[in-house]
Design a protein around this ligand. Structure first.
Ligand code: SF4
Length: 342
């Protein structure tokens, strides 16, 4: 084991945080934690992990659950395609793999939604294999240690970082090392702060030595998010509210109120009137913004009571059904209004 690896592991042993999934070796439970942790803060995942596992304690339970039940347990965690893929993956484990959890990086990669990072994390943490798992934190840490100033979006650069990371892996305990790298990214080598004085890799770190740590990693600028106008209406008819289960790729399978795109130059009330919800019955609920990875919804909200000739795909829910329905957080302000109206 080389000196930097030894220093990182020793630091990890002292600083490792007490997280609900720490020390977990069961592949299903490790898999769930790693899928939840993708693009989501640890503090948020901590709230979801135990209830999710209580509802779906093993691959069979998740494979057999209804889509609505899974979405409800995932409600608010975001990136809902993860939940869909997680369930599809467990169906695959149960139906095509005889209930045996895949135990190599290659076989894990066959599961829907399982990429390089998750396969490496599960293979190393649950199965003790010498595999690297590099998430955004790990990439930042390695980039700074190497003083890598090229664009990390470039495949060659990613390959070089992975090769360097692999060279640091200990023969035994790769899972601990992977978690240590993530820990460094969370505790000392932060995106906008580098606490190099407390970092175990400082003696080897070129980013620190050259005083360029905070300029790294270099990432090509993402295209600006597109803003999209939306007209949202909470339409209550005879004590029940009109909702629709989304079929679009974005937020597929989740419920929403009337939520229609507003073309440029038009107003939300025009759009709702065209959908048969008369403008004179609308009460404004305010304007809200919801930011996704690639776009922003600018939503004007309205409440309305009375009969509506809803198009196909809509259904009416009473208060109880609405509480049980999984909705994206973009609908939160309108959900509160709906609950008050029911
Ligand atoms: S020494 Fe500083 S820049 Fe280098 S890995 Fe540690 S915290 Fe990050």
């Amino acid at each position: 084991m080389n000196d930097i690896t030894r220093a990182i592991l020793a630091w990890h042993e002292i600083t490792a945080r007490d997280l609900p999934w720490r020390g977990e070796r069961d592949p299903y439970r490790v898999y769930v934690s790693e899928i939840m942790l993708q693009q989501t803060r640890t503090a948020t995942v901590k709230r979801y992990y135990a209830p999710f596992l209580a509802a779906f304690p093993d691959p069979l339970a998740l494979a057999q659950a209804s889509e609505d039940a899974v979405n409800k347990m995932w409600e608010g965690l975001g990136y809902y395609s993860r939940a869909r893929n997680l369930q599809r993956a467990m169906k695959m484990v149960m139906e095509d793999m005889g209930g045996r959890f895949p135990d190599t990086r290659e076989s894990l990669l066959a599961l829907p939604g399982c990429g390089e990072y998750v396969s490496g994390a599960v293979a190393s943490i649950a199965f003790g294999q010498r595999e690297l798992a590099l998430d955004g934190n790990g990439i930042r840490v390695l980039c700074r240690i190497l003083g890598e100033e090229r664009d990390t979006g470039d495949k060659q650069v990613r390959r070089a970082l992975a090769e360097y990371g692999e060279s640091l892996l200990p023969q035994e305990g790769a899972g601990e090392f992977n978690q240590a790298l993530m820990g460094m990214g969370n505790l000392v080598c932060l995106p906008k702060k580098a606490l190099c004085g407390e970092c175990p890799a400082a003696p080897w770190c070129r980013g620190y030595a050259r005083g360029i740590a905070l300029k790294l990693p270099v990432k090509a600028k993402r295209p600006e998010k597109k803003a999209e106008g939306r007209a949202v209406a909470v339409v209550v008819e005879n004590g029940r509210v009109w909702v629709r289960k989304r079929t679009e790729k974005l937020l597929c399978g989740l419920y929403e109120f009337v939520n229609l795109p507003v073309p440029q130059g038009e107003s939300g009330t025009d759009v709702l009137a065209r959908a048969g919800i008369p403008a004179e019955s609308l009460v404004p609920l305010g304007e809200y913004e919801h930011v996704f990875t690639h776009k922003i919804w600018r939503m004007e909200g309205y409440a309305a009571r009375g009969h509506w000739d809803a198009p196909a795909g809509y259904e009416r829910m009473d208060r109880e059904a609405l509480t049980a329905a999984a909705m994206p957080s973009a609908m939160n302000p309108f959900r509160r209004a709906a609950e008050e109206m029911l």
